[in-house]
Design a protein around this ligand. Structure first.
Ligand SMILES: *Cc1c(COP(=O)(O)O)cnc(C)c1O
Length: 348
């Protein structure tokens, strides 16, 4: 059993600081009867002359209904990138603490660790099934280990991290476990959001960049305990989600059936693509995918990658990632794009 206490993890300077008090914190609703002369805004209405809601209540209210999760335990960021950076800044002391992440995985964890002067310890996945090597993970934990990053479904492998593995890590580790669910909408397994109630050391992150189709507006989402969300709200830039982003998110999330329909189309197209790839002679392995991309092993990744670029098709060469020698990562496109890819693979 772990003895988790969030107060032992928060950086002393973060504990001690006071949040910036913004004008829009005090008078949240733009009430037509009020005269707002408090924030040095331009008074002439053009739809965007006022500062946005710092707590994005309308966006969170829709997310709360879709995800069946309390709105005040949601934090929004300028992409997952900002959300992850806030976690580092709240809990990891520069030049002192360390974090652990599975490898291969999403490159931003390491970038953010470097940026925040936090030691980054990689734990290789098992080669056979791309699942965490629990023994290895815990061999890297010491009393300065603040967080463990798990990405599920994992990028670039595409596979979901098994529930038992995540549970074991969550149960045994005294720090925070960050579960990055950027691709969860494409997966057969359910989200860990619900479990943040039972496991106060779990933080789940999601994004509108993938299944929801809004990479351009930059909106990352974090679900966690009230205590964790309170700390992050205290340190985040007051107006980190701009008004245009909030409005677009509300518009698209309001028709969530449509989002689900598009997600299902992508999942179907992934199956079509997987089948077609089995017929390409130089494809040696197609890894199972719970995401909107497929990792394949080929005879020579660098050569095949360049051949595709010459034909105007850009995929991702993962040859230099751990355990990914000669691997290429292919995002599932539209039916037409996928057909074009397959036709090209057949002739190169
Ligand atoms: C694409 C992706 C994200 C999304 O990042 P945003 O900053 O929200 O666009 C997060 N995590 C992983 C693993 C991803 O692949």
């Amino acid at each position: 059993m772990n003895s988790f206490n969030i107060n032992n993890l928060i950086r002393p300077n973060v504990k001690a600081m006071k949040a910036y008090s913004s004008a829009r914190d005090e008078f949240q609703e733009i009430n037509d009867n009020f005269v707002f002369l408090d924030a040095n805004e331009n008074p002439f209405n053009n739809g965007l002359n006022r500062y946005p809601d710092p707590l994005q209540r309308n966006v969170k209210s829709i997310l709360s209904k879709i995800k069946n999760f309390p709105a005040n335990q949601i934090l929004l960021g300028n992409g997952s990138d900002e959300v992850l950076d806030l976690i580092f800044r709240a809990f990891c002391e520069p030049n002192q603490d360390n974090v652990i992440a599975i490898s291969p995985s999403y490159g931003m964890y390491g970038v953010l660790a470097n940026l925040n002067a936090i030691e980054y310890r990689k734990s290789l996945l098992n080669e056979e099934d791309f699942q965490p090597n629990i023994k290895d993970v815990f061999s890297k934990v010491d009393d300065k280990t603040k967080m463990i990053f798990l990405c599920s479904p994992n990028n670039p492998t595409g596979e979901i991290i098994k529930r038992e593995s995540i549970l074991e890590i969550v149960n045994r580790f005294n720090g925070l476990v960050i579960i990055d669910e950027a691709y969860v909408d494409f997966a057969r397994e359910t989200s860990w959001i619900e479990e943040t109630k039972n496991y106060p050391n779990v933080i789940v992150t999601q994004t509108l960049s993938k299944a929801v189709g809004l990479a351009g507006i930059r909106l990352g989402i974090l679900y966690a305990s009230q205590e964790i969300v309170d700390v992050l709200n205290k340190i985040k830039p007051p107006y980190n989600i701009n008004q245009l982003t909030q409005l677009k998110a509300i518009e698209i999330l309001s028709d969530y059936d449509k989002v689900v329909a598009v997600t299902n189309t992508i999942i179907q197209q992934k199956e079509v693509l997987e089948n077609a790839l089995t017929e390409i002679s130089f494809v040696e392995k197609i890894y199972p995918s719970d995401a909107n991309f497929i990792l394949i092993k080929v005879d020579n990744a660098n050569e095949r990658y360049n051949q595709l670029v010459e034909k105007g098709i850009v995929i991702r060469n993962r040859n230099n990632d751990d355990l990914c020698q000669n691997c290429l990562r292919i995002t599932v496109g539209t039916e037409l794009e996928n057909q074009k890819l397959i036709q090209t693979l057949k002739i190169i």
